[in-house]
Every structure is written in C-alpha cells, then in structure tokens.
Design a protein around this ligand. Structure first.
Ligand code: SF4
Length: 378
C-alpha cells in the first residue's frame, strides 16, 4: 500500500468489519455484555468518530476512550503555573495553539494574552529557539507538553540551546509517558478493560517493549495501530483474535512506521536531557508514579522550573476541578462525553469548561465534531 486512500478502501473495510463481527460473535460479545477495548490515543478516538467506526463495528464492541490526549490530562494547576510565568514582564511565553484555550483556575493562556501577557503560538520548539535568538533581552519560555512523541523534539531544542549558549531560553517541562497511566488503569479495580489499541506515534519513539507488562502482568492484549480506518479495524481484529484464542501479547499493526525497539536517536536524546519525576499529577487519574519527566540538573540553565523557582509540590499544585465537570471520569473511560452534565450545556467548543472540549485530541471535541452529538444525554 502506498497511498492513504488505500487505507480507506471500502471493500477492504467491509471485509474487516465482517471479520471483526465474526470474532465478536465467537467470544460471545453482545450489546448487553460488550467487550471493552480502550483506544489509548486521542488521535485514535478522533479517527474512530471521524470514520464512524463506533457505529459500524459489531454491537458487542465498546470503545473506551483513554487518557492519551496530553493537553486533556494536564492538571489545572499546571495551566495556572503557565499563566503565572507568562504574566512576568520579562517573559515571552511560547506555546502550541492547542494549549491556548485550556481553562486554568484563574484564566486560560488566551485570556492572559488578552490581558497583556506576551504569549506567542509556535509550531515547534525550534520556533521558540528562534524567538530567543531574536529577542536577547527577553526570557523565552517554551511550554513543553506531550507524550513520548514530542519529548525528543524538546530535548533536541535544549541540546541546541546548550550548544549555542542561549541563556534566555528555557522550557516549562510537562512531558509525560504512556505506559505508566495504563498500569494505573489496570490496577484500578473499578476498570473493566479487555484489551487495548496502542498509540501509533508514541510507539514510533519507544517501540513495543515498554508495553510488555500489560500482557505479562495483567493478561491483556495490546495492538499498536495506525490512524486510518482499515488500520484501526485490523488492529481491533488482532485484539479480538487474541481474546478468542485465550492469548495476551503485544502486537504491531503499524509495522510500516513503528520499529519494535523504537527510534534510537530519539531515545538517546530523551535519556540525555530528562530524568523521571517521582510522580506527576494527571487530571482524572491523580498522582501516578514515574509518569512525568523533568530536565536533568546538567541542563538546569534551560529549565523554567529552576529559573523561576516553580518547583513541584503536590500540596500546592492540587487544585479542585470545576464543579459539575466530569473530565476525570471521561478521561478514564468511566463516562461517555455525552454523559457529562456539562456537555452541550455549560461546556461547548466555543465556551469550554474542560480541556477535552478544546484539544484536537479530546474525546468531547471528537463527539461534538463527528458523532453528531451536540446535546447532552437526556
Ligand atoms: S463536556 Fe466539558 S466538562 Fe464535561 S467532560 Fe467534556 S470537557 Fe469536561
């Protein structure tokens, strides 16, 4: 296959749907007793709704939307800290556009910019580096967030800044990792998950081996998938096949992109620049051990936490979510977006209460945009 259209071939899609239905029947999945398959990545959530796969698959398959949207899982206190940094008169705060409208407790970055903070939208950390070169009398802070997909590019920007001796560039590091929250979900006795569709872009960096514990310790299958409809249907079929055969393994549907052992150059940059935080707070999941990265002391000159004395103290950071928001429950797959009392009422894309309605990878935005669900559940 060479072109994206080949991954949207209706004949192939129909054949895969029939095979998926056959496996669902074989394992006895029904509307009343569905098999629960979590797609971890927010990009997969959007693909599922964009192509209507949730409606096309057998009625005994329930997609559970996972915590794989990095903007959505950012706790409100970190947004507050971004705003506090951005409001410093000497700072140019550089951020991806996705993060601009995420509500903080006091205000969003968009509101802070309207109030006079110098906040610039960038497409890459290299844009932020360029801002630092052009504004030597200002402090340029790059808001780094994201999973292992974006972690290497931030690391490379820090290494480049070190090479150039750019003293006015720093990074507010909010990079997080995928395997640890999966473990937290699997250890939660209230969660009922039968298998996983694994993230494609993250796995391109880390490979397959970091997921081994899911099959080994919890007996659940995971199949890394691409983002086209036939990718997702094939991955779903592979998960169901494992369940039908009583197996649990880590498999790779996205082999055209994902190497088994990841990308060695990216992994080396990550190892050079970051170390694990003892724990990091996730919206909806709470503190998760070893799930966040911070900048190593060797690169403290480029660490905004060190530069501006922000630190990371759980007691100070924990800020209650907005009353009535079900972001945490949606994030962990316990509720569908339309079951949130605020969905379509207090929370819409024009006036979001939670990040899931803002981010291009958020589950609530996916429902709103593709599922024709523009009102709350009755
Ligand atoms: S509808 Fe809004 S408040 Fe409710 S879960 Fe989604 S983003 Fe959060």
């Amino acid at each position: 296959m060479r072109f994206a259209s080949e991954f949207r071939d209706p004949v192939l899609a129909r054949a895969l749907l029939a095979a998926v239905a056959g496996k669902a029947e074989a394992i006895g999945a029904t509307r009343e007793r569905p098999v629960h398959i979590m797609e971890i990545c927010g990009g997969h959530t959007h693909s599922i709704f964009r192509y209507g796969l949730d409606k096309l698959v057998h009625e005994g398959i329930e997609f559970v939307h996972g915590p794989g949207c990095p903007v959505c899982v950012l706790p409100m206190a970190r947004v507050d800290e971004c705003v506090a940094i951005a409001e410093r008169p000497e700072v140019i705060f550089a951020t991806f556009g996705d993060a601009m409208r995420v509500p903080g407790h006091r205000k969003s970055l968009m509101q802070a910019r309207a109030d006079g903070a110098d906040i610039r939208m960038v497409y890459s950390p290299l844009d932020a580096l360029e801002l630092a070169r052009r504004n030597p009398d200002r402090e340029v802070v790059f808001f780094a967030l994201g999973f292992e997909t974006t972690t290497p590019s931030t690391a490379l920007a820090i290494l480049q800044a070190a090479r150039e001796g750019l003293g006015n560039f720093s990074v507010f590091c909010n990079h997080i990792t995928v395997p640890e929250p999966i473990r937290a979900l699997l250890e939660d006795p209230d969660m009922r998950l039968d298998g996983f569709i694994g993230p494609g872009h993250v796995s391109m960096v880390i490979g397959l081996r970091p997921y081994d514990f899911i099959a080994r310790d919890f007996g659940k299958p995971l199949v890394v998938a691409g983002f086209e409809p036939t990718d997702l249907l094939q991955a779903l079929l592979m998960v169901l096949t494992q369940i039908a055969e009583g197996r649990a393994a880590i498999e790779n549907q996205y082999a055209r992109v994902v190497p088994e052992n990841g990308n060695p150059v990216s992994l080396a940059a990550i190892a050079e620049v970051y170390e694990r935080r003892p724990s990091f707070e996730w919206r909806g999941l709470g503190e998760i051990e070893s799930s966040g990265l911070r900048i190593r002391p060797a690169y403290a000159a480029f660490d905004a936490e060190a530069k501006f004395g922000i630190g990371y103290a759980a007691a100070r950071r924990t800020v209650p979510e907005i009353e009535g928001c079900a972001c945490g429950q949606v994030m962990t797959g316990r509720l569908k977006p339309t079951q949130c009392p605020q969905y379509g009422r207090g929370c819409t894309p024009e006036s979001p209460l939670g990040a899931l309605m803002v981010s291009s990878e958020g589950a609530c935005a996916a429902y709103w945009q593709y599922a024709g669900a523009r009102t709350a559940a009755a």
